[in-house]
Write a protein of this length. Structure first.
Length: 259
């Protein structure tokens, strides 16, 4: 049964008419589901019941949850139990670019991965973005080499510790890094953000998508879309082009999205 709740997640526009309500129900019921991201601040703000209803409404299968020192750990334990009961996998999201500022960044990354393992997460998701560095374009080969080393070491660690590994990457990911992700069978989330046309995004990601084959997801920035219908239409176009795995950035943007 579709969960509808009076917390503002349903569009006032669709509430105005019976036909509008039917349309919204039809759209939501057609959702094939996907993955999403969640940061500590929003996690702490909302009750577990609220978060779970939102995840179920969007049919989220895997959630990447970032944990910082302000995280309510008792709430986290209860949330992970609820997620498991509802068939939602929760992975430990690590977003820290400094691991690529040196050749042996895995030494520092491993300490955080251990925290994720000890908190009982099912997998690790890396969101490490060297392209944000001021000298990235001048030193792209250096950063790509460090990325490859970091991913290789992280994959081995996860395999040794019985955990999954996935990562988020930009549309302009270097080819050699994409090849390493493919070789290591690391599920890759392509951050298809900005206001380029869908055709240009497809062209921009064609090479890395071919390398990654079927082991990637297309990540939507929710704020790139004016409404739910626009997002659904884009999803359908991508499905027609053979892209079937989706993710949404992020759960806080999905909240109130249809208002």
């Amino acid at each position: 049964m579709m969960l509808l709740f009076n917390l503002g997640t349903l569009s006032e526009h669709f509430r105005s008419t019976k036909s509008g309500e039917d349309l919204l129900h039809t759209q939501l019921e057609k959702r094939q589901g996907g993955d999403s991201y969640l940061w500590t601040s929003f996690f702490n703000q909302k009750s577990n019941a609220y978060l779970m209803a939102l995840l179920k409404e969007w049919n989220i299968k895997t959630l990447f949850l970032s944990v910082n020192p302000t995280m309510d750990l008792a709430k986290l334990r209860s949330f992970k139990i609820l997620a498991s009961q509802n068939g939602i996998k929760v992975d430990f999201l690590i977003g820290e670019n400094s691991y690529l500022e040196e050749d042996d960044g895995f030494t520092h990354l491993e300490k955080v991965m251990i925290e994720g393992r000890d908190l009982g997460f099912a997998g690790i998701h890396l969101d490490i973005e060297p392209h944000t560095f001021d000298d990235y374009h001048e030193n792209i080969k250096v950063y790509s080499k460090r990325q490859i080393k970091l991913y290789t070491q992280a994959k081995k660690w996860c395999a040794d510790n019985g955990m999954d590994l996935s990562t988020s990457v930009p549309m302009h990911l270097p080819i050699e890094v994409a090849k390493n992700l493919s070789r290591n069978n690391i599920t890759t989330y392509i951050m298809a953000y900005d206001h380029l046309s869908l055709e240009k995004k497809m062209d921009k990601t064609e090479a890395i998508r071919k390398i990654l084959k079927n082991n990637y997801r297309w990540v939507f920035e929710i704020d790139d879309f004016p409404d739910y219908t626009s997002l659904q239409e884009t999803e359908n176009k991508l499905i027609e082009k053979g892209i079937k795995g989706f993710a949404y950035h992020d759960l806080s943007q999905m909240n109130l999205f249809k208002k």
